[in-house]
Design a binder for this molecule. Sequence first.
Ligand SMILES: C[S@@+](CC[C@H](N)C(=O)[O-])C[C@H]1O[C@@H](n2cnc3c(N)ncnc32)[C@H](O)[C@@H]1O
Length: 186
Amino acid sequence: MSKTEKNRVCPVELSGSLDTKFRRLFQNPVRILKPFILPGMEVLDLGCGPGYFTTAIAELAGESGKVTAADLQEGMLDIVRKKIQGTELEKRIELHRCEKDTINFKGKTDFIFAFYVIHEIPDKERLFTELYAALKPGGSMLIVEPPLHVSKSDFRKMIDIIVDTGFSLNGSPRLFPNKSALFQRN
Ligand SMILES: C[S@@+](CC[C@H](N)C(=O)[O-])C[C@H]1O[C@@H](n2cnc3c(N)ncnc32)[C@H](O)[C@@H]1O
C-alpha cells in the first residue's frame, strides 16, 4: 500500500458505515469511553466523522462538560450538526473545522480522543505538537488505530513520535483487535 493510500481521508459518502447497529455491537462507544471521561471534562474528539463517539462523550461529560467535535470535512460536521440539533447535547458539543495542515484548535482540553484518524493525517510531527499544546497539564490522549490498515511498525512509529513530542506513554487499553495507546501530558 502506498503512503498516499494509507493517508487517504475517509470520504463523507462512507460515513454511514461508521455509524451502524453492527458497529455498536463490537465497538460500544459508552463502554470504550467510560473509563476515560468524567463529568465536567472538556474533550477534543479529533476526526469525529459522523459523530459515532461524539454523542457518547457528551453524555458522559454531562451538563457541565464540553466536547469539541473536530473534523477536516464540513460534510462530516454537517452530519453531527443534524444528529444533535434540538437535543440536550447541542449545548455541550461545539463543531470545529480543521484544516488540511493544522487542526487549528486554540483551546485547552482535558482529554483528546483520536479514533481511526491518525493514519489519515500525513504530518504527524506537526499534529502531535499541536495536540500537546491543546492538552492541559495532567490531561490524557487516547489513540486507537485499525488492526489491518495500520501495521505494528507504523503504530510503533506513531508512538515514538508522540513520546518525542513530550507525552508520556501511559498504557495500552485493551480494545482488541485495534491498536491503542494512552498518553499523558505531565
Ligand atoms: C475513519 S474516520 C473515523 C471517524 C470517527 N472517529 C469514528 O471512529 O467513527 C476518520 C475521520 O478523520 C477525519 N480526518 C482526516 N484527516 C483529518 C485532519 N487532518 N484533521 C481532522 N480530521 C481529519 C476524516 O474526515 C474522517 O471523518
